[in-house]
Design a protein around this ligand. Structure first.
Ligand code: FE2
Length: 431
């Protein structure tokens, strides 16, 4: 039996909120309300100015107003109206089923819908919140779903809202707009910057067990993995180390990259991470020759700037690196003669290595494909995990923009390896 989540380690510098996987109905209601207040605060800061809500179509984001309305519709579907396939009652908002159901509305279509106004959306969310809190005493799907937690769908809906809040935040980074939620971005490294931790051979346990409280379907059920000794960075990589990689001309060195990815780099002319630029140059590009040493001299003499939301800042070497995809992380590891940790190594480190900083800066790439654990079966929200196995990469930890109640050492997140737009970085390991 795995250790109870109550006894699992917490992120270092930033303590999470109450344990939303186990808390009682009153605590859950308080968390629902405080989380929603933050969502509505962002909505209020954007106001009714159509310009503030209008973002260009991108495959990797949602229209912000649609995203907020979709959060309300998810709550209403699972925690007010109930029903696995057919809701048992109509929506509080006439158009909600037609516009906010992510299974029915194709992604590109979301840009062309007649959405409710921000004011109507806020009112809908408030009505749904009141109804959802009222149903904490009588969850509509408790008997249907079985299990030992009648509040399962309320917890899932809260986590779903938290995930969309983080997506809502990175949307403003992606589109170079002023964020209505966060301004400062990723924090700096701490006392463990540059340190490595040594792990003895042992067993890591991925996933959870019955009795561990709320679990996502991809955490069922626990998988023990025997691992050999290894060393791992105490903190995720910082910008200074990645700047050295860039200055070495690494983005010009074919030997470091997956072939298809390198072809894309050559085609685009990108010689550094997204949202970086040499002062005076266009984002990611360099107008000089393709000579690595000349690029290095330019990086050192002109300096690097990094965009946080709508503002460019001089690169701060001690800041944790963010916005690199898995291919960039692996190229760095080849250059530094290191590796990405496997999911099992990350799990071992988070639970057994004191000084392992995680969960407050960036999500972290692992070397492991996202895969089902033994006994996996999709939960009622069938689209959560099952469509994404094997194509996505296992991602662990949590970012500065992840609501604290979401952070959990056994949480298995997942992204396509080419996603660098999210708040993600990495740490390295070795023998
Ligand atoms: Fe969603």
């Amino acid at each position: 039996m795995a250790a109870s989540p109550d006894h699992l380690p917490r992120p270092g510098p930033a303590a999470p909120g109450s344990d939303l996987r186990r808390c009682d109905a009153d605590s859950l209601a308080a968390a629902m309300r405080s989380n929603r207040d933050e969502t509505l605060g962002a909505l209020a800061r954007l106001g009714s100015d159509a310009e503030a809500w209008a973002l260009p179509y991108l495959r990797i984001i949602n229209p912000p107003l649609w995203e907020i309305g979709h959060v309300g519709h998810f709550w209403e579907r699972w925690c007010v109206r109930g029903g696995l396939s057919t809701p048992r009652s109509s929506s509080l908002l006439d158009c909600a089923d037609a516009v906010f159901d992510s299974n029915l509305v194709p992604h590109p279509t979301r840009w062309h819908l007649r959405l409710p106004s921000p004011q109507q959306t806020a009112e809908y969310l408030e009505q749904v919140m009141q109804s959802s809190i009222a149903r904490l005493e009588d969850p509509p799907m408790a008997a249907e779903l079985g299990g030992d937690d009648p509040l399962h769908m309320h917890r899932l809906s809260l986590f779903h809202e938290m995930m969309h809040k983080e997506a809502f935040t990175y949307t403003w980074q992606t589109t170079a707009r002023s964020s209505p939620v966060h301004r400062d971005g990723v924090p700096s490294g701490g006392a463990g910057a540059g340190h490595v931790l040594a792990a003895e051979p042992g067993r890591a346990t991925i996933g959870c067990d019955p009795g561990d409280g709320f679990v996502f379907d991809n955490e069922k059920w626990s998988l023990p993995v025997e691992i050999d000794s290894f060393v791992i960075d105490a903190e995720p990589l910082d910008c200074g180390r990645f700047r050295d990689f860039v200055a070495s001309g690494a983005y010009l060195d074919e030997r470091l990259w997956a072939p298809g990815y390198f072809a894309g780099l050559r085609q685009s002319g990108r010689v550094m991470p997204r949202y970086w630029r040499i002062r005076g140059e266009a984002e990611g590009r360099w107008t000089g020759s393709r000579d690595a040493s000349a690029l290095g001299r330019s990086v050192c003499s002109s300096g690097i700037e990094v965009r946080r939301f709508d503002t460019w800042h001089a690169l701060e070497p001690a800041r944790i690196l963010v916005h690199v995809d898995a291919f960039e992380a692996e190229a760095y590891c080849r250059w530094a003669k290191r590796r990405l940790p496997t999911e099992a190594q990350w799990q071992y480190a988070v639970e057994r290595l004191p000084g392992f900083r995680w969960g407050d800066a960036v999500w972290e790439w692992t070397a492991t494909r996202f895969h089902p654990l033994p006994g996996f079966a999709p939960d009622a929200y069938r689209e959560y995990s099952a469509p994404w196995f094997e194509t996505h990469r296992s991602v662990r930890g949590g970012s500065f923009a992840t609501p604290r109640g979401m952070i959990h050492p056994r949480f298995r997140n997942f992204y396509m390896p080419d996603r660098g737009d999210i708040f993600i970085g990495f740490r390295t390991c070795g023998d």
